[in-house]
Unconditional design. Structure first.
Lengths: 301, 154
């Protein structure tokens, strides 16, 4: 599979960014981060470990078309939700990963109004809007649609102009939104967000090589018009950086790992990461409305 | 996760078969950290449970306690109840056959927050976790109750 087909970030226009920011209740992380400012300094906080604790493995959904923005948002929502359950002790129940296809539909059509036509792809700002204004379905069978297994073809079909997320599925998704999504512009903002278990959907055209160095980092190389989930921070004074989870097929990256990172992930140096954020389409997600914990049936004998 | 064969092996090796005299190994197992009052109270609710079913229940919970001591594969209370369900299917045991006993076990588990605390953690006992050691003790209490009930029927 050609990795070029598995990108899918479309650089937004000024107007598209402006429209998105006006619709978000807390558009800029810098405006709301005073309480947690500096809280990530020197910290190593790895949201991905909460996922492994709960599930025994990482969630690593893999794309087959250019729907990286939906995959990244799905990973962010899942890692956020599980962090809230494990680290913040929220009494919610984990049921299944996000179904990325309906989110892709909602992002491209309900929010984006079909502006991208029939080409694959999405915009971080639209994902931020869709996450808060529409919400997420999960990998299970609904009355008239089965999202148990990912389908790139299904994602593409529903993301065409005039399609989108509708009817009962739309009603259901709206029960499970993200509470806030906010634009992240600097490494320090990202560091503080990640240290408080707010993962980030990073969108840029920054490319990388595919062999991790001895510290688990990739170095910048080439161009990827791509969206990925940021699921950890290590504000190590020697080499500060973030852990990024990609949604490409297994084996796309090799080399040493560290801090028990997921297989499809890599570390990025702080300055490189900031250059990605400066492209202006990366958002931190906080507070997912998840599934209330079911009371278990205790009539077990 | 292939829990059932190992679970059954624990039952067979530790507890024996029908009409068994309990082994020293099992007596030692059960005598650790068991609240006799709680077990006794539960046993009182088993007066209408047949001796055969008492034995099945005893094997189930005593074996489960030993299984839990030797595995980390039970991640949450849903996993725990699934193992119990599989065991009951294997032994053709029907749930809620003895209503007062079912009520008593439900009350026992509710008091210990099994309906809310979900994740079985090695050490911690916080808002959404339950300490593994507590789960082991609770399974032992349930097993001891069944043994007491069975002994009364001799």
């Amino acid at each position: 599979m050609n990795l070029l087909d598995l990108q899918g970030w479309v650089k937004p226009t000024e107007k598209q960014i402006s429209t998105a920011l006006k619709s978000l209740p807390m558009p800029f992380f810098s405006d709301i981060s005073q309480v947690i400012y500096g809280s990530g300094r020197g910290k190593t906080v790895l949201s991905y470990l909460a996922v492994k604790k709960l599930l025994g493995k990482y969630i690593e959904q893999v794309q087959t078309i250019g729907d990286c923005t939906a995959l990244a948002s799905g990973h962010v929502a899942d890692y956020l939700d599980i962090s809230e359950i494990i680290e913040k002790k929220e009494l919610e129940e984990w049921l299944a990963p996000v179904a990325t296809e309906p989110f892709y539909w909602a992002m491209r059509v309900n929010i984006g109004k079909g502006q991208l036509g029939s080409s694959d792809g999405g915009i971080g700002a639209w994902c931020a809007q869709a996450a808060t204004q529409i919400g997420f379905l999960i990998r299970k069978k609904y009355d008239n649609e089965d999202f148990t297994v990912y389908s790139g073809a299904k994602a593409r079909a529903g993301g065409m102009p005039g399609k989108g997320l509708t009817g009962k599925l739309l009603e259901e998704a709206k029960k499970y939104p993200i509470k806030t999504t906010s634009l992240i512009k600097t490494y320090e903002e990202a560091r503080d967000a990640l240290a408080n278990y707010y993962p980030i959907n990073v969108c840029s055209n920054r490319g990388f090589n595919n062999v991790r160095d001895k510290d688990g980092f990739l170095r910048p190389s080439g161009t990827w018009a791509h969206s990925m989930a940021v699921v950890g921070v290590d504000d190590n004074p020697n080499r500060p950086g973030v852990c990024i989870l990609n949604s490409w097929p297994k084996g796309w990256v090799t080399g040493p790992k560290r801090l028990d990172q997921p297989d499809g992930s890599f570390w990025v140096d702080a300055d490189v990461f900031e250059s990605m954020l400066k492209q202006g389409d990366s958002y931190a997600y906080s507070g997912r409305v998840g599934f209330p914990k079911r009371k278990l049936n205790l009539r077990i004998v | 996760m292939n829990k059932l064969p190992l679970f059954l092996l624990c039952i067979i090796s530790g507890c024996g078969y029908i009409e068994v005299k309990t082994t020293d190994k099992v007596n030692t197992l059960i005598s650790q950290s068991v609240s006799k009052n709680e077990a006794s109270d539960l046993a009182d609710k088993m007066s209408d449970v047949s001796r055969k079913d008492c034995l099945i229940i005893y094997k189930q919970f005593a074996g489960l306690a030993e299984f839990l001591e030797n595995t980390d594969s039970i991640k949450n209370t849903s996993d725990l109840f699934k193992v119990i369900e599989d065991f009951q299917t294997e032994y053709s045991y029907t749930r809620e056959k003895y209503e007062s006993y079912t009520d008593a076990v439900e009350e026992f588990l509710t008091k210990r927050n099994y309906s809310v605390k979900n994740i079985v953690d090695k050490v911690r006992d916080t808002d959404n976790e339950i300490a593994k050691s507590q789960v082991i003790d609770d399974m032992r209490i349930l097993g001891q109750a069944a043994k007491l009930a069975m002994d009364k029927k001799k």
